[in-house]
Unconditional design. Structure first.
Length: 268
């Protein structure tokens, strides 16, 4: 089975930095058409210039919490590439939560940004994928793939990250629900839960708490923090026909960190 994504069109959110950027680069380098999406227009435009100049990368900026922005994104992708085959929901936000503060709005913020936005864009893209399949008239070929970015926070307990943990746990259940709903349409939905990976948020935390690196590595059986490129390779697998019989799964990429007791330090 082929790991190729050449010629396929992918939408990647959260693409201006960190994991979303690494996934965009991985896809572009393997011949996919990539629509890079982020709210940070300036950083997004800067990163696009550093990607292969073969005409297969575009970028779109906007607030995906707005339904109109999602509609405009889909229209821009279709105008540029005539369709969409892959969606990677890599946009995410991390906020601390005070579990006992009734005025703390971090939980609804996390649910809106990390769960509902991914759900709405998945719904919109899935409808487009189904329409494309009906127009092509091929009842046997794979129609599309959706990959959600989760975190090991979904199965760990950290009160300071309760909102983020709740949102990622719900995202994994959403992944399973959509996978079941879309399976008759030959659209696969999976998620990648990561930890001990050098995300943009982890880079920021390590600047503030340098000693946290030693704690992470000590609690990771493979003894290191992985670059985002290793996560991007897993996402490419889930987006390719090599995973044609894989749906509704959450693949953990954490160097074995969830096998041990939680790291009792600043959040991942």
């Amino acid at each position: 089975m082929s790991f190729s994504i050449a010629g396929k069109t992918a939408i990647v959110t959260g693409a201006a930095n960190g994991i979303g950027l690494a996934i965009s680069r991985e896809f572009a380098e393997h011949g996919a058409n990539v629509m890079m999406v982020d709210m940070d227009d300036k950083q997004l435009a800067k990163e696009v210039k550093g990607l292969p100049e073969d005409g297969n990368v575009r970028h779109f900026s906007g607030d995906l919490r707005e339904r109109l922005t999602i509609a405009n994104l889909l229209s821009a992708t279709i105008d540029a590439f005539e369709g969409v085959d892959i969606l990677v929901n890599a946009s995410r936000q991390i906020m601390r939560t005070d579990p006992l503060d009734m005025d703390d709005d971090s939980i609804p913020t996390m649910l809106s940004q990390n769960l509902m936005t991914s759900l709405r864009i998945s719904q919109a893209v899935a409808k487009r994928m189904i329409k494309q399949s009906e127009e092509n008239g091929n009842s046997d070929a794979p129609v599309g793939a959706i990959v959600n970015m989760s975190s090991i926070a979904a199965c760990r307990t950290n009160p300071d990250l309760m909102g983020y943990s709740m949102a990622t746990a719900a995202l994994e259940q959403m992944t399973r629900g959509l996978a079941t709903a879309l399976a008759p349409n030959r659209i696969r939905v999976n998620a990648v839960a990561f930890g001990s990976v050098m995300s943009a948020s982890l880079q920021h935390i390590l600047k503030e708490y340098p000693d946290y690196r030693d704690d992470i590595e000590a609690h990771t059986p493979l003894g290191r923090i992985a670059p985002p490129t290793e996560l991007a390779e897993t996402v490419r697998y889930l987006s390719s026909d090599a995973s044609a019989f894989v749906t509704g799964q959450v693949i953990t990429v954490d160097g074995g960190r969830t096998l041990l007791d939680p790291v009792r330090s600043p959040a991942h």
